[in-house]
Design a protein around this ligand. Structure first.
Ligand code: RIB
Ligand code: CA
Length: 319
């Protein structure tokens, strides 16, 4: 089967880096283009990080476009250095490539790729959804052209992480997220409900550190700061696999076992609920029931733990 074309939108960040290398290692898909957005770090630095990781993995043909530096309605708040480092990759200095980003914007790249791959392009979005919202506004027909939109974001039945109810990717640009969930395309939402249940442990990080691949050793270094941050959440050094889980579901290595298509709205008011993904999960007690006309599949359970699958693919990847 020919690899499926993918547009990848990221705020490369530490778990974004894991997801990127996993996608580089996945023969099921072809990275047709990558767009960056401000979130964990600003979009420009996210593009530098992405280009450096692509070069370390030998994927220097993949185009990278810098996307939105600011959310739709306010200014970028400057990232989260205590989680992802001041440079977005755990303050690790990666070998620097001299490759530059494309001149087109991320939104222009997405619109172009949707038309170049009608009915086939999958979108994997693992940062704030600003670029997708801009692309939809620019050319609403992409909602008919794109095959599926996999999003790491939201919290259905669990608390948020950036606020009591807001998950970071949604909370950072609720207006963009609302535009994305209301557009008439098929979304697969991979929320904190499942991403916080999938983890890398110290043993996984050490396996990467012992790898003969410089890229895997760099990932092990990058993960250190992230592991320190997650002591607060899990009580020990480890990390959640937010972005890699969305990537693995898109690739097909992890299967969503409970994922009803239900109405989802994003609270884009200025109140305490701002950034909440309000998923209407009524009527799901007797099994998984799709709601007529709904087009956001909310992933609530998966068939297996991602950790071992992710580690195996990273260790196998020669790049
Ligand atoms: O809430 C987790 C999400 O926010 C992940 O995509 C992480 O990289 C950050 O962007
Ligand atoms: Ca991310």
């Amino acid at each position: 089967m020919a690899p499926r074309p993918v547009y990848f939108d990221c705020d490369t960040g530490i778990d974004d880096a894991l997801a990127l290398v996993y996608l580089m290692a996945s023969p099921e898909i072809e990275l047709a283009g990558i767009g960056t957005v401000s979130g964990n770090i600003d979009a420009k630095q996210a593009a530098v990080n992405t280009l450096d990781l692509l070069a370390m993995g030998g994927k220097t043909e993949v185009p990278v476009a810098v996307g939105a530096m600011d959310p739709l309605t306010h200014s970028f708040s400057g990232g989260v250095p205590h989680i992802h480092g001041h440079n977005g990759v755990g303050d690790v200095e990666l070998p620097h490539t001299d490759r530059k980003p494309e001149t087109e914007s991320a939104a222009d790249m997405l619109v172009r790729l949707a038309h170049e791959h009608p009915g086939e392009l999958d979108v994997i979005a693992i940062g704030p959804l600003t670029n997708l919202a801009i692309a939809l506004k620019q050319d609403p027909s992409i909602a008919e052209l794109v095959h599926e939109v996999y999003i790491m974001g939201g919290a259905a039945l669990v608390p948020g992480n950036l606020s009591a109810v807001g998950e970071a990717n949604i909370w950072n640009d609720p207006e963009a997220a609302q535009a994305v969930v209301e557009a008439p395309w098929q979304v697969v939402l991979v929320p904190l409900d499942v991403t916080l249940e999938n983890a890398f442990e110290e043993s996984d990080r050490e396996a990467l550190a012992a790898s003969d691949s410089a890229l895997n050793r760099a990932l092990a270094d990058i993960l250190n700061l992230y592991f320190d941050f997650y002591v607060g959440e899990y009580g020990r050094r480890m990390c959640a696999l937010h972005d890699p889980l969305a990537a693995a579901i898109a690739v097909g290595q992890i299967t969503a076992t409970r994922a009803p298509n239900v109405p989802v709205v994003v609270d884009d008011t200025q109140g305490p609920g701002r950034g909440q993904t309000i998923c209407d999960l009524r009527g799901q007690r007797t099994g998984t029931h799709d709601v007529e006309g709904a087009h956001v599949r909310v992933v609530l359970d998966t068939d297996q733990q991602l950790g071992p699958v992710l580690l195996a693919r990273l260790l196998d990847y020669a790049g």
